[in-house]
Design a protein around this ligand. Structure first.
Ligand code: DP6
Length: 322
């Protein structure tokens, strides 16, 4: 087969990846834990054909810009090398959510690209090999390969750093309600952001505590303790954003609306409606709650000024061929 299509979910990290020990290999400074999202995914078709004289890439019905083509071509090179082919490809990719707004489009994008392109190139890779390969395209993409709740291990070698499933998608009935406040692409993308992390005076302190935090989160997940889980993922999001805001130069991904939502969530919680927030490299707020509270929280979020829409996500399976 020289053509294949794959669909991969975005994921939301409860323990975040921010800072690398090796930029080329995208080896993270710490392990991370995430959940795949049911309602934010990328579908990508890859066709290798000798009729193409260069790689071409269409994202959301538009011809991609040179930066995007370069990053995708470099990833295709990794796959061509493994498959020992030299053919160029046509790649057509579609997200069902806004690009570059703090929903990891690079995660779902590179996970779908890795699976579709490796299949189209004639490779039959294991989940572990796919996760390692996806990681080289975008770190968080390695977490979109396995199912459900996922851990990405830090390691000092490329072969050692991959993601695997901790629990399947149906393990825990929780939701990630993404309150969208901004749909424009961010000014500083994740690759540049990661490189700045070390300039924060708080970075080293953060990294020192990470493996303990990962262990704690996994134990809370295992025991399904929602309150402990929420408090921990919220503390972790604030911790990462403090590193971002104290980098030199500083990175402010939040908008005024972001803080407005955070303050509301705290108020709702004081009144007995349990939900917690986490935020990636963008202004949108991921509100984590139990399934039974999702409808109520969704209507409250929509009623807030500045919230354009709310995407409701359940835990989801990882990347698959379609
Ligand atoms: C804030 O995976 O987008 O979402 O490896 O450079 O492509 P690159 O970075 P990327 O970084 C994700 C950062 C984050 C936190 C997380 O998802 O763990």
């Amino acid at each position: 087969m020289d053509k294949a299509t794959a669909k991969a979910p975005a994921n939301i990290a409860f323990i975040k990846y921010w800072g690398k020990i090796n930029e080329d290999l995208r080896l993270p400074a710490n392990s991370s834990v995430s959940m795949n999202l049911s309602n934010a995914s990328t579908t990508t078709s890859v066709e290798f054909d000798t009729k193409y004289t260069q790689d071409n890439l269409v994202i959301n019905n538009k011809v991609a810009d040179t930066g995007e083509i370069k990053r995708v071509s470099e990833h295709l090179d990794r796959i061509r090398k493994k498959a020992r082919i030299g053919t160029f490809a046509r790649v057509i990719s579609k997200n069902n959510f806004p690009k570059g707004a703090g929903i990891a489009s690079s995660a779902s994008g590179f996970a779908a690209l890795t699976l579709a392109a490796s299949k189209a190139a004639g490779l039959n890779l294991s989940k572990r090999e796919l996760s390692i390969l996806a990681r080289l395209g975008s770190g968080s993409a390695c977490r979109s390969i396995p199912d459900g709740f996922v851990e990405w291990k830090k390691a000092s070698s490329s072969e050692g750093s991959f993601a695997y499933s901790l629990f399947p998608a149906n393990y825990w009935d929780i939701r990630d309600l993404i309150a969208i406040v901004g749909e424009t692409s961010k000014k500083v993308g994740s690759p540049e952001g990661h490189a700045l992390a070390q300039s924060s005076p708080f970075y080293r302190r953060r990294i020192l505590g990470m493996e303990k935090k990962v262990k704690l989160l996994k134990s809370v997940l295992k025991r399904e303790k929602f309150t402990e889980f929420g408090e921990l993922l919220e503390e972790e999001a604030i911790n990462m954003h403090l590193v971002m805001m104290s980098s030199i130069p500083p990175l402010f991904y939040w908008l005024p609306e972001t803080l407005e939502i955070i303050l509301n969530i705290r108020g709702w919680r004081e009144n007995g409606l349990e939900c917690y927030f986490t935020i990636d490299a963008g202004p949108n707020v991921h509100v984590i709650c139990k399934g039974k509270d999702a409808n109520k929280i969704k209507s409250r979020l929509i009623a807030l000024k500045g919230v354009k829409r709310v995407l409701v996500n359940r835990p989801a399976r990882g990347a698959r061929l379609i």
